[in-house]
Design a protein around this ligand. Sequence first.
Ligand code: ME8
Length: 514
Amino acid sequence: MTDKTYYITTAIHYPNGVPHIGHAYEMAGTDAMARFKRLDGYDVRFLTGTDEHGIKMAQTAEAQGMTPKELADKNSAQFQRLAEALNLSNDVFIRTTEERHHKASQAIWNKMLENGDIYEGKYAGWYSVRDEAYYDESELVEGEGGEKLSPQGTAVEWVEEASFFFRLSAFGDRLLKLYEDNPDFIGPASRKNEITSFVKSGLNDLSISRTTFDWGIPVPNIDGHVMYVWVDALTNYLTGVGYPDIESADFKKYWPADVHVIGKDIIRFHAVYWPAFLMSAGIELPKRVFAHGFLTNDGQKMSKSLGNVVDPFEIIDDFGVDPVRFFFLREVNFGNDGDYGREKFILRCNADLANDFGNLAQRSLSMIAKNCEGKVPVPGNLTDDDKELLKACADAIDVGRKAIDRNHVHAAVSAIWDVVGEANRYFANAEPWALKKTDPERMNTVLYVTAEAIRRLAIQAQAIVPDSAAKFLDMLAIEQDKRMFAHVGDDHMIASGTELPAPSPVFQRFDKDA
Ligand code: ME8
């Protein structure tokens, strides 16, 4: 048992359509952080799921001749399938249509009501169904045909209806103090500036119930009102740890969340509305909200009308899950926008996976098979070069730890792959194939050190490319319970004499002309 806990969440995705690579990207990045923390000895709770209420769902369902629940069931299943296809290690998959979530949402509503932050009124203003968001007139931009658009470029409509309001305007100072006292609450820093200036510009009270449709969670004790979808959506993070039972073991252990990982388009909901709801309800705030960037396809924004939306299932089928996870996390700075392109994908995976990591293992382990009777050789005295490489492998964990605590997944990946590069240079310079005749003892040492370096690096790579890293560890005959970060280091060096299975290639080389 460990007392180190870590609660991490993705956004919950709208199942109004099938998942795209933006969703896969967020899931893979969050999964890498969850796995990293588990490998580092934390008790991790990792939540993902689907956000099933709201007008967008209701309208899409109607257009497709189904009920909203049928649409939600159909597409939520696709998101669950994606979680499996991506080898996600989530502990919870939440659906907001579940009974437990209705209870949690009604409970937080009642708390905000009891604390005097909800009042009845009438909403008159702009709404974007696409964003499920209210916008102030001053935020709107003009479209090409002179029409009004949201700042995200989506259509807005004028709405007037009876509504309950949340007294968001009363929370401005408390929110600004939150950002000031907790400089890490919003990441990356650029998002913090955006949110701070939004709050400083003055907050309006927020309409939190709707009366013109019924696909939502009923407002407790009031007929005809359903909750604004974001009130219920954000509450999912509490549902996932047992709220409203705040005495439950899960809630006590995992709340407050360590980080909500989301995309840059929904930072306002997470860094303004969500902490205000929680402050009102008297619930501790999450420690951090981190917004990753958006993915494009060959430099173009993905959209259904352009027909260029990349299907994550298709690329996983084509390339395998680990190369897909690797490409996203290696190629794109988590926090910046990034681009997917087939050619770029192939170049990156061939260079870093097949050539660097794959070849190193294949070449060194084949030499062990051939020259050392398939057993981990006995090393001679270690030289400075040997020691330096092994130290670099162990030190990468510290670099990774710092990176993951800032949600810089790409930096944790670089920390590992920089040393994979070093290990390759070490192996090439040492020329063990030439030592075979001239200095077999030194050859044994080089092969031993290389195997040990692969062990150390593969343990870390389990966070990024779990299946492939496990194959490396299997080829080194590392026991299942010796694969944590605690086992990287001099106390757990690979044992000489261990019989190794015949090595086989772990990463495939892709042909860009195929
Ligand atoms: O916003 N690249 O759901 P969603 C990267 N239900 N990330 C992208 C992306 C892209 N091209 N497109 C979308 C919602 N995302 C709400 C969230 S949370 C309480 C409720 C990201 O299905 C997006 O930023 O529209 C968000 O984090 C996630 O995918 C789900 O988007």
